[in-house]
Design a protein around this ligand. Sequence first.
Ligand code: G4P
Length: 283
Amino acid sequence: MHFQWYPGHMTKAKRMMQENIKLIDLVIELVDARVPMSSRNPEIDELGKNKARLILLNKSDLAEDRWNDAWAEYFKAKGFSVVKVNSKKGGGIKSIQGVIQEACKEKIERDRKRGILNRPVRAMVVGIPNVGKSTFINALAGKACTKTGNKPGVTKGKQWIRLNKNVELLDTPGILWPKFEDQTVGLRLAFIGSIKDEILQKEELALDMIGFLQKNYAGVLAEKYGIDESGDAFTCLKNIAESRHCLVRGNELDTDKAAMLFIDDFRNGRLGKLTLEFPQDYD
Ligand code: G4P
């Protein structure tokens, strides 16, 4: 499968990021807990150097708990603060404010030594499309937030959300461009729905995912669809089509439809908690 990205979007996203990152003390980077590496863009490390760094394993409700823990350890060992969150349901959100203070303690101490007291930490949320940035900002800011900046009659500037007296959050998240450094990364981003469906061949995607599940999560397909999952990936897909009555005229199996249904089941967590990449495969 060949993946494309649009250089125009990429250039604009990068320019925005470079501008906004100058204004902040802390980068809050959201990754998808199911694919924590493929959903990062490694350039954020260069862009965010000299900033405090917090990684959120978002959508942790859709990934396997033991791997969430293993990934948290992996990133902590690299010097990041890490929190597992479920932005949709609010899981892990309460601990964030404390973690932000902890992640920025060097900056707060530097300020204190220079006589700057009570200057709030300024933070920005970043991540690739669909990773949950807006959901997270809403969950964190809730209803109690006050917007600062952009007062009537004042030149249009950045909007900051005051979370409390110690923390302000830039209200527009930074969009990181996905990085298709190889086929596997592209496939994983497609699985989680970060690549637009129109440019995907659903059946090929489904076959790849079936292969992955057969290897890493034996029994999941059999249990979910009540099928024999021991054959090759295409046989499995046909079995899914049969079990879910995906048929085209003449009662032929509609594997395209089955592929869509299967991918949708995965994306929405109906196949259970599944992690698609593991820390031991990275340095
Ligand atoms: P973005 O700003 O990074 O582009 O992402 P956005 O917040 O729009 O979230 C993308 C999708 O991911 C949304 O689903 C959102 O509900 C879902 N999402 C965000 N965080 C979590 C999480 O922690 N767990 C789960 N399970 N889902 C999460 P959607 O299908 O676009 O909308 P909806 O069905 O929720 O209305």
